[in-house]
Write a protein of this length. Structure first.
Length: 299
């Protein structure tokens, strides 16, 4: 599509930003010769800087193969937020990537493990709840204050949570197939990485940024049912990336797309970033300010 250069520019900005949030969701891909739909996937990479990044980059792939996300992130350096999908665990072993696994997923595992060791389960959930409460406070403070709260309050709490879970596993006597047992081991598998968020001001305790960003896809999927081809999936990824980024930035997507389609053919390729939604919006505000200033001068 005519918007592909913008899509590629957004991808570059996301992968250069040093903070990303990653998630993926299945989409139906129409089969050949009126056969049944196949399962394809739409990845989302949220990035562009800060703890609430502007860009939502969607990437359509025909399978959930590890190779897809490894290819996209092959040169990435920085913080990566995600769930515990094996492809992300593999990437986490790279020295250039600081993995921040999602504590919200851990909490969900323990919430679902009802009926087993209620006192211990309740204590674990209480500690996790305190971590999220402290994070809420920390995000309302300056970046320096946020790091101080994390080091003085959250780090000891996280260490006590890890010790509590590790001690229970070492005691033995756990039912292998019980949800509570699985939750304990799920946490311990991620424990070496949880402290990564403590030292980066823009890192987060969870991956909710990506989960919220991919929600419009999961809701919309009920309306459009499937993509008609691989090319259709790629075109959908381009449109989704620009439209959902616009919505996050409170930009009217229709107004934005109409404007950039008029301008993109004559715009210098080296300056394509100027047409990305956040910069387009900043230019609009600047132009409006200049007009207002000129009118004041005339008055």
């Amino acid at each position: 599509t005519g918007l592909e250069p913008l899509y590629q520019a957004m991808k570059e900005q996301v992968l250069r930003s040093g903070i990303i949030f990653v998630d993926e969701s299945p989409v139906n891909l129409a089969g050949q010769k009126k056969g049944p739909c196949k399962k394809a996937y739409m990845w989302i990479y949220v990035g562009g800087g800060g703890g609430d990044p502007p860009y939502r980059f969607f990437d359509f792939r025909t399978s959930r193969s590890h190779a897809h996300v490894e290819q996209t992130l092959q040169d990435y350096q920085g913080v990566m937020h995600s769930d515990k999908y094996a492809a992300y665990e593999k990437l986490a072993k790279r020295q250039a990537i600081q993995w921040c696994p999602c504590m919200a997923h851990v909490r969900r595992k323990f919430v679902e493990a009802e009926g087993t060791e209620p006192a211990l389960r309740g204590l674990i959930l209480q500690k996790i709840r305190y971590l999220f409460l402290l994070e809420r406070v920390a995000w309302n403070r300056s970046s320096e204050e946020r790091l101080r709260i994390r080091q003085e309050k959250e780090k000891p709490l996280l260490e006590s949570l890890t010790a509590l879970i590790k001690d229970r596993v070492l005691q033995g006597g756990l039912l292998p197939k019980a949800k509570f047992t699985q939750a304990l081991h799920y946490y311990l598998g991620l424990a070496p990485y949880f402290e990564n968020y403590l030292v980066n001001t823009d890192a987060r305790l969870d991956n909710n940024v990506a989960e919220r960003a991919i929600r419009p896809l999961t809701i919309g999927r009920k309306n459009w049912l499937f993509v008609g081809s691989e090319n259709g999936g790629k075109a959908a990824a381009i449109i989704l990336s620009l439209v959902q980024t616009c919505r996050h930035l409170n930009i009217n997507p229709e107004e934005y797309v109409e404007d950039v389609l008029r301008r993109i053919m004559g715009h210098p390729a080296k300056r394509i970033q100027e047409l990305l939604p956040d910069r387009w919006l900043a230019a609009r505000h600047k132009d409006a300010g200049n007009v207002a200033g000129a009118q004041d001068g005339l008055g």
